[in-house]
Design a protein around this ligand. Structure first.
Ligand code: NDP
Length: 433
């Protein structure tokens, strides 16, 4: 705590991992001998820099940007960039720390990193977004590269922003280095199914958790928080697998549509028109908009938090359980508070932590890197099938590891332990670096 003062979310993420690792450290004393815990909690490198830019009226703004290169034992640093006014070092470090274990779980050769800025893209014009991205890349380009650090999107950073960032990287370096970024557009080195991957992956993971219990998503009533990239494609796959999503949200309010959400309308509002989710209720008379409402009060059998950290607390968890929720999978990173996780675990419902449940995004980013390296482009079906296999493997690893370490059915223990083992073994092998 003294070493990283005020970094609340980072403390939370570290605490959540360390409290589950006792049995691993007992079984493998060499990890203590090599000081793996102390080393894994300290980023290999962190970069903090100024991003000056001008708005459309000619006013100058100064934002702060971060890239935390946390751990490269398994491969180049890999993790998204977040643009949100709440961003500070503590958020980027929590995300980077989680990313190490998540990337380890995918079984693919990627290390952990994360970045972002306190820039608020809401209400900004296309030209302003472009100027901000170009200014950011004017510093960031010297720290990243196909074999060094490969950023992607996150909250507030989608294909448009990645295009502007990648364009400026290409211009400064004079290299068409496709593998330096993932989440690119299909015409300029992107992978099919990357946009869908995090949401689809979270639903595949949910389906696996239900299957272990002899159940499935077929006919289930679901709620999905958020209405961004992860939420939209989680809704898409739940509907494809026979479930019905009746509510989603944004930071202003909640939409409830008992008939099942109309995904085409949501995509039109969010992806094309870039409007608030309240617009849904203006188009669908049957739907209700709850301004400032909590999505977790909507009764459901399956809940997927897909918006942001700490969006689901102990009280929300208790409400979900009391209203019949049987499964929760985290599409977002650390959306459930520690009190919320405890409620789910004590109630014995299936709970899939973000490290495992939302790993499909970064896994498909690694598949994008594979396609870039071989100058190839796979079909949607093939890429989705690879994603599905990866999610099934992650689920199996988490499930088996939890059993092996005396916590059957506890995916938090399974994910932390399996991810840690992969990274820690590589760190020992690579020596004191
Ligand atoms: P988007 O920016 O596309 O969407 C974010 C959604 O969450 C929006 O609906 C947004 O509403 C809502 N939201 C964001 N911040 C808050 C807040 N403070 N309070 C309430 N709602 C909020 O981001 P993504 O869908 O890409 O990311 C969502 C989550 O998934 C994040 O936790 C991210 O780290 C995680 N994730 C994303 C991956 C990816 O591939 N994109 C991969 C793995 C994890 P509003 O518009 O009102 O801000």
């Amino acid at each position: 705590l003294r070493r990283n003062p005020g970094e609340t979310e980072f403390h939370q993420a570290v605490h959540e991992v360390l409290e589950t690792l006792g049995p691993v450290l007992v079984k493998y004393p060499e990890f203590a001998e090599h000081k793996i815990i102390q080393r894994i909690c300290e980023p290999e490198r962190q970069i903090i820099f100024r991003v000056p830019w001008q708005d459309d009226r000619g006013n100058t703004h100064i934002n702060r940007a971060f890239r935390v290169e946390f751990n490269s034992a398994l491969g180049p640093y890999k993790g998204g960039m977040r643009f949100h006014p709440s961003v500070y070092l503590g958020i980027i470090k929590f995300l980077g720390f989680e990313q190490i274990f998540k990337n380890g779980l995918t079984g693919l050769p990627i290390g952990g990193g994360k970045g972002g800025s306190d820039f608020d893209p809401k209400g900004r014009s296309d030209a302003e977004i472009m100027r901000f991205c170009q200014s950011m890349m004017t510093e960031l380009y010297r720290h990243i590269g196909e074999y060094t650090d490969v950023p992607a999107g996150d909250i507030g950073v989608g294909q448009r922003e990645i295009g502007y960032l990648f364009g400026q990287y290409k211009r400064i370096t004079n290299r068409y280095e496709s593998g330096v970024f993932t989440g690119k557009g299909l015409d300029w080195g992107g992978s099919r199914a990357r946009r869908e991957a995090t949401g689809y992956g979270a639903v595949f993971f949910t389906q696996e958790m239900l299957q272990v219990r002899g159940d499935s998503l077929e006919g289930k009533t679901c709620v999905v928080s958020g209405s961004g990239n992860v939420a939209i494609y989680a809704i898409d796959k739940i509907h494809a697998l026979g479930g019905k999503v009746i509510a989603c949200s944004d930071s202003n309010g909640v939409i409830v549509d008992k008939n099942g959400l109309d995904l085409d309308l949501i995509k039109q509002i969010k992806e094309v028109e870039r409007r608030r989710i309240s617009a849904y209720a203006e188009e669908r008379r049957d739907a209700t908009y709850l301004a400032d409402g909590s999505i977790w009060t909507v009764p459901c059998e399956v809940a997927l938090p897909c918006a942001t950290q700490n969006e689901l607390n102990g009280k929300d968890a208790a409400t979900l359980v009391s209203q019949g929720c049987i499964a929760v999978a985290e599409g977002a990173n650390m959306p459930t508070t520690p009190e919320g996780v405890k409620v789910f675990q004590e109630a014995g419902i299936a709970f899939g932590p973000g490290k495992a449940a939302n790993a499909g995004g970064v896994a498909t980013s690694a598949l994008e890197m594979q396609q870039n390296a071989s100058r190839d482009s796979w079909t949607f079906e093939y890429t989705e099938e690879r994603l599905r296999e990866i999610m099934m493997n992650i689920h199996r690893d988490c499930h088996q590891t939890a059993e092996e370490f005396g916590a059957p059915g506890n995916y938090v223990v399974g994910a932390n332990t399996a991810g840690f083992l992969r990274v820690a073994n590589a760190m020992v092998a690579l020596g004191l670096v």
